[in-house]
Design a protein around this ligand. Structure first.
Ligand SMILES: O=C(O)c1ccc(O)c(O)c1
Ligand SMILES: [Mg+2]
Length: 596
C-alpha cells in the first residue's frame, strides 16, 4: 500500500519535511495546515516541490469545528471552507480532513451534523475534493469512530467518508472490530499512530506522546488489519504528534517512521520483507579503549585470559568459558575512556541477517577488513554501536576467530572464575533515540521489547527497556536518562553469567577484582523482604551479592567498579528468572556514585 506521513510528525520547515519524507521512501504526505501557513513557499511551489520529490498530496488537514452548529455559524464555516478548497486546489490536494468539533457552538444532533456535512461535501465536490470526517477522542459530542461513521452514513454523500485514526480509537479503548462493518470505499483515510500506555488526559497524551507503530503499547497493526479487511485501499499514513520528534533530525525520524511502517505491513501481511533471523547468542562484546592496561587488569581479575591477538588490527581477544571480550585500541575512543563499541551476535545465517537489516533500512557498515580476514558484516544500531553478524567456529562458515593469532604468552593457568558466557549487555541510548532503538532491535533483529521501567538514580531518573530473544540467549537492556545532565554519557555494562555466584564471588576476591561495595542497609532490608535463611543472608552480605526474584526464579548479581564508561556485572539466574534485578538498580547506582 502507499505509505504516507503527516508533516506534523517531522521537524523543520515544510521544505525540509518534504525532503526528509521523500528521502526515506514515502509515497505521499498529509499537509498539516500550520506547516503551509508558516512556509515561504506558495501552494503552487509546494505542489511542484512535492511532485519533484515524487510525493503525492494525500490530504490537507485539519479543518476544525465545522458541524452541528446554528445557521449563522454554519454560514461562517462554509465560507471558511471555501477558502480552504481554493488553497487545496492550488496545492493539488483533493482530500480535506475534518475533525469532529470541540467547539461550544456544536450541539448533540446527529441529523444536523449529517445534514451540514452533506452540504460541506457538496461544496467540496465542486472542486473535486473529498471530505474525510475524523472523530477526535476528545470531540465534544462525536468522539468515537462508530459515531462518526453513523453520521457519515446518514449524510450519504459520495464525497464524504470517514478518517480512522488508530490513536483516537485505541486510546479510548474502543473495540476496533466494528471497522469491518464500514464499507471499505467509505474509509477515506487511515492514520496510524501508537502511544505508550499511560493514564492521562487523552488530549495531552495525543499531542505529546504519540509514537510510531511498534514503539508504544497500542495494537495498531490489528487495527490496520481490520481497515484493510474492510476494503480500505488508501495510504497507510503516520500522524505523530511527539515532543521529541519535533526537535529531532527530520531525516532520521523519517527513516525510523519508514521502518515502523515496513514492520507494520509485515505484521498485517501486506508485505514480506526477508524474515528476521533472531540472534542465538553473543559472539563477543568489543570495548574501544585508548589503552589496554586498565581493562586487561580488570579482565584478568575476573578470571579472563588473553587468548588471541588480531593479525591485522590492534585488537586483543579475552576469553572465559563462552564469554569473549575484544579490547580494541585502534578505533576512535572518547575522552571518557573505555566504552562498549561493538557487539558480535551469533546468527545461523549471517547473510540473511544482513538482508533483513537492509530491508529495514538499518545502515549496513562497510567491511573494514584485510583481504585475508573472515568476511564479517555489521550494521550500526541507532546509538552507533556496531552489530556484527557472526557464525563462530562453525565448519561451514568462516569464523571471525580465525583472524586472531593465539596469544604469545599462554594464559595464566586455571585462572577461571567460573564465568560461562555473556548474559546481557546494557547500552545507553541518547534520550531522543530511545523509541527508535527499541523498534530497531525489534524489527531488525526480531527481539521482543519488555515493558519500559523507570529506575531512580541519586542524581536522575533512568528509563530502561530490555529487548530479548524468545529463548533468552540474547538480552540487551536499553537505558536512557530522560534529560540532559550528568547522564549524557552514562555507563554501559557487560553482564557475565556464572552457574555458581558464590564460588565466583569468592574466586574474584582471591583474584583481587575491584568489586562494588554494597551498603549494609541493603542487606538489613533484604532480610526483612525475604527469608533466605541466616547462612545465605550472611553469604550475600559478606560477598556484596544482590538478590531478586520473580515468579519464575531467582537472580543473584554483583558488580565491578566502573572503568571509563564501562563496568561488569556477574549474575546467576535460577529457575528461568526473566528480569535484570531492576529493583536493585538504585542501590547499584548509588554505590557507583559513592565509589567515585
Ligand atoms: O490534535 C489535534 O488537534 C488533531 C488534529 C488532527 C488530527 O488528525 C488528529 O488526530 C488530532
Ligand atoms: Mg488524526
Amino acid at each position: 500500500m502507499r505509505k504516507s506521513i503527516a508533516t506534523v510528525s517531522l521537524s523543520g520547515s515544510l521544505a525540509e519535511k518534504l525532503a526528509a519524507a521523500a528521502a526515506a521512501g514515502f509515497d505521499g504526505v498529509e499537509i498539516f495546515e500550520n506547516d503551509l501557513l508558516a512556509s515561504p513557499m506558495s501552494p503552487e511551489e509546494v505542489r511542484l516541490r512535492a511532485a519533484d520529490l515524487g510525493l503525492a498530496m494525500e490530504i490537507y488537514q485539519p479543518f476544525r469545528d465545522f458541524e452541528a452548529v446554528p445557521a449563522d455559524v454554519l454560514a461562517r464555516n462554509l465560507r471558511r471552507a471555501e477558502h480552504k478548497f481554493r488553497v487545496m486546489e492550488r496545492l493539488g490536494a483533493n482530500q480535506l480532513l475534518v475533525c469532529s468539533s470541540v467547539s461550544e457552538d456544536t450541539v448533540s444532533d446527529d441529523a444536523l451534523a449529517a445534514e451540514q456535512l452533506h452540504q460541506l461535501a457538496d461544496r467540496a465536490s465542486a472542486y473535486g475534493i473529498r471530505v474525510a470526517y475524523e472523530a477526535l477522542a476528545w470531540g465534544r459530542h462525536v468522539n468515537t469512530y462508530d459515531h462518526s461513521w453513523r453520521i457519515v452514513e446518514q449524510a450519504d454523500h459520495p464525497a464524504l467518508g470517514v478518517c480512522l485514526d488508530s490513536f483516537h480509537i485505541l486510546s479510548r479503548g474502543s473495540d476496533p472490530s466494528g471497522i469491518q462493518e464500514i464499507p471499505g470505499e467509505k474509509i477515506f483515510f487511515l492514520q496510524l499512530a501508537d502511544a505508550p500506555l499511560m493514564a492521562m488526559d487523552v488530549l495531552q497524551w495525543s499531542r505529546h506522546y504519540r509514537c510510531f507503530p511498534g514503539q508504544g503499547g497500542l495494537d495498531v497493526a490489528g487495527l490496520a488489519r481490520r481497515a484493510v479487511g474492510a476494503g480500505y485501499d488508501g495510504p497507510l499514513s503516520l500522524e505523530i504528534f511527539n515532543d521529541v520528534f519535533r526537535q529531532s533530525d527530520a531525516h532520521r525520524t523519517a527513516v525510523d517512521a519508514m521502518r515502523s511502517l515496513i514492520t507494520l505491513e509485515e505484521a498485517v501481511g501486506l508485505a514480506r520483507p526477508p524474515a528476521p533471523v533472531v540472534p542465538a547468542g553473543f559472539a563477543f562484546a568489543e570495548l574501544a579503549t585508548p589503552e589496554t592496561d586498565r581493562l586487561s587488569g580488570l579482565l584478568g581479575s575476573l578470571g579472563f585470559a588473553r587468548t588471541g591477538r588480531h593479525t591485522g588490527k590492534p585488537v586483543e581477544l579475552w576469553e572465559q568459558g563462552h564469554a569473549r571480550i575484544l579490547l580494541n585500541t585502534g578505533g576512535r575512543t572518547r575522552r571518557e575512556g573505555p566504552a562498549l563499541a561493538a557487539v558480535g551476535l551469533e546468527t545461523p545465517a549471517p547473510a540473511d541477517s544482513v538482508k533483513r537489516a537492509e530491508s529495514l533500512l538499518a545502515p549496513v557498515l562497510p567491511r573494514r577488513r584485510a583481504d585475508n580476514d573472515a568476511p564479517l558484516d555489521a550494521v550500526a544500531a541507532p546509538d552507533g554501536t556496531e552489530l556484527f553478524f557472526c557464525r563462530t567456529g562453525h565448519p561451514d562458515h568462516p569464523s571471525w576467530t580465525a583472524d586472531f593469532a593465539p596469544a604469545a604468552a599462554p594464559p595464566e593457568p586455571a585462572a577461571s572464575a567460573g564465568i560461562t558466557r555473556i548474559d546481557h549487555l546494557a547500552l545507553t541510548q541518547p534520550w531522543h533515540h530511545f523509541d527508535e532503538a527499541s523498534l530497531f532491535y525489534r524489527s531488525v533483529l526480531g527481539l521482543q521489547p519488555d515493558e519500559s521501567l523507570e529506575l531512580a538514580d541519586p542524581y536522575g531518573l533512568i528509563r530502561s527497556r530490555a529487548v530479548t530473544a524468545p529463548d533468552g540467549a540474547v538480552r540487551i537492556a536499553l537505558n536512557v536518562a530522560p534529560g540532559p545532565g550528568e547522564h549524557d554519557l552514562p555507563w554501559q555494562h557487560v553482564t557475565l553469567a556464572t552457574g555458581d555466584i558464590v564460588a565466583t564471588a569468592r574466586r574474584l576476591r582471591d583474584l583481587g577484582a575491584p568489586l562494588l561495595p554494597i551498603p549494609g542497609n541493603y542487606y538489613d532490608d533484604l532480610e526483612a523482604r525475604y527469608d533466605l535463611g541466616p547462612q545465605t543472608h550472611r553469604t550475600l552480605r559478606s560477598l556484596g551479592i544482590l538478590y531478586d526474584r520473580d515468579e519464575h526464579g531467582e537472580f543473584f548479581h554483583l558488580y565491578t567498579v566502573t572503568v571509563g564508561r564501562v563496568f561488569f556485572e556477574i549474575v546467576q539466574r535460577t529457575g528461568g528468572y526473566r528480569g535484570y534485578g531492576a529493583q536493585n538498580a538504585f542501590i547499584r547506582m548509588a554505590a557507583q556514585h559513592a565509589h567515585r
